[in-house]
Design a protein around this ligand. Structure first.
Ligand code: PA5
Length: 446
């Protein structure tokens, strides 16, 4: 079976001998906490067996709903933020034609995103662009109360109802939310929208393999069964308490060994611009899971070789508190050769006849050697190609490793108490009913 692979050989040489091996008992105990649900936050472990638990009925329902939206709409706006946004965005970007946004062949509906920011210009320009288009909406919020998507949904729902009437609008709106709780559930019930449930025991950042991620991905025209199959393969491959047989265990232990040796920042590196949003998804997964109790590796991401011309200097030469995890795609989808030029005025004939990817791979290898020489430990994950199956493997690999790693770090990887602080202040400043005391308190600080 083709599968993603992890190589830590260029990372362990930078840390005291055997520190990854010495971590095995802790890593094995962390793995057991994930698999047996015996650690902190164990009511949020529904993602662990999710790939094999996804029922045929649910997958068929998601695909049927996606087909209906694809038939009726030129554009589908997926509304959501954080875990209700990043997974779908990451997978769709990884699989899409880089210029899909400019395509006018009308083959697949465009999936665009809203509610992931509070940019007024963003909303204005989105609505202006949607004005002459047949559009539908997938509104996603586990809590059903998050402000950013709620604002976007209020605007787009009103616009759609004005264009096509309330009844037709309701047929083009799908809500994904909690089974019972939250304003969105109530609204969806009253308006009669098609809904999907986000299980209580799956947190937002672990929800890409639920309808939260699967529906937008299916609407964009991608094969969610292959994505799920890949995740199932990785679910099976990440159960053993042995580094040789469990790459998630090895990754979690290695990054913790590096952290204990003073490497406080991990940079997820890609050499394929289609993986930019995968880095964003990964940052949320690890940042929200591990950054607590005044601990945690700071997750950063770069897109190379683009960022070798900006962040490259810092990574090569800045404070030696970083390590990098490269996600390297083995085979591009298309072949483009560098042509020969008789005049050779640009001096490039030495690489004429080579594929662009061969140059890219040498950029990666050259950078790896330079970084390791410069004191940046390098982990490398290879993914055979940007296809649904391998993305499913990669997603599950990082999720499983994240749970293990959080427990090695001795935090609850499944809560995010820090996210509430900005909300409390924002609501106080906006004078939201119920926040009167907080409003009075914050005003004394202005
Ligand atoms: O991972 C998380 O739990 C968060 O990032 C949430 O996904 C994010 O805050 C959005 O929440 P909700 O889906 O409730 O609107």
């Amino acid at each position: 079976m083709n599968t993603i692979k992890l190589d830590i050989s260029q990372a362990i040489q930078a840390i005291p001998g055997k520190s990854v091996d010495n971590l095995l008992p802790e890593a094995a105990s962390a793995l057991a906490k994930v698999d047996n649900a015996t650690g902190a936050g164990n009511d949020f472990l529904g993602w662990v067996d999710l790939p094999t638990r996804l029922s045929e009925d649910l997958i068929n329902d998601i695909n049927a709903t996606a087909s209906q939206l694809r038939e009726e709409c030129e554009v589908v706006v997926s509304i959501g933020i954080g875990g209700s946004y990043l997974g779908a965005k990451a997978v769709i970007e990884a699989l899409s034609d880089s210029f899909a946004a400019y395509r006018t062949d009308g083959r697949d509906p465009k999936v665009v995103f809203a509610g992931q920011n509070i940019g007024e210009d963003y909303m204005f320009e989105l609505m202006r662009w949607l004005d002459d288009k047949k559009f539908g909406i997938i509104v996603i919020s586990k809590s059903g109360t998050t402000t950013e998507p709620a604002i976007a949904f209020r605007l787009l729902k009103e616009m759609l109802e004005r264009k096509v009437g309330k009844e037709a609008a309701a047929r083009r709106i799908v809500a994904i939310t909690d089974a019972k709780r939250g304003a969105l559930r109530q609204l969806a019930t009253e308006e009669g929208y098609k809904t999907f449930v986000i299980d209580d025991n799956v947190g937002g950042r672990f929800s890409v393999l639920t309808p939260v991620g699967l529906l937008p991905i299916a609407v964009a025209g991608y094969d969610i069964r292959a994505l799920i199959d890949g995740a199932r393969q990785m679910q099976q491959a990440t159960t053993a308490a042995s580094y040789d047989q469990n790459p998630a265990l090895l990754y979690a232990a290695t990054r913790n060994a590096l952290y204990r040796d003073g490497k406080k920042i991990e940079i997820l590196v890609n050499y394929n611009p289609k993986l930019h949003y995968f880095g964003e998804w990964w940052k949320q997964l690890y940042g929200e899971s591990e950054g607590k109790d005044k601990k945690g590796i700071f997750p950063a991401a770069v897109d190379n070789s683009t960022d070798l011309h900006s962040m490259g200097q810092w990574i090569q030469d800045g404070e030696r508190t970083i390590f990098e995890t490269v996600v390297s795609v083995e085979a591009p989808e298309h072949e483009t050769l560098i042509p020969t030029d008789n005049d050779n005025l640009d001096g490039l004939n030495y690489i004429a006849g080579k594929r662009i990817d061969q140059v890219n791979k040498m950029a990666e290898l050259g950078t790896r050697i330079a970084h390791v020489d410069g004191g940046v430990p390098n982990l490398r994950i290879t993914i055979p190609a940007l296809r649904e199956q391998y993305l499913g493997q990669l997603i599950y690999f990082f999720e499983k490793a994240c749970g293990i790693s959080g427990y090695i770090l001795d935090v609850n990887p499944f809560n995010q108490p820090g996210v509430e602080d900005y909300k409390r202040n924002m609501f106080a400043l906006l004078e939201k009913p119920g926040y009167e005391e907080a409003t009075a308190a914050i005003k004394t600080r202005l």
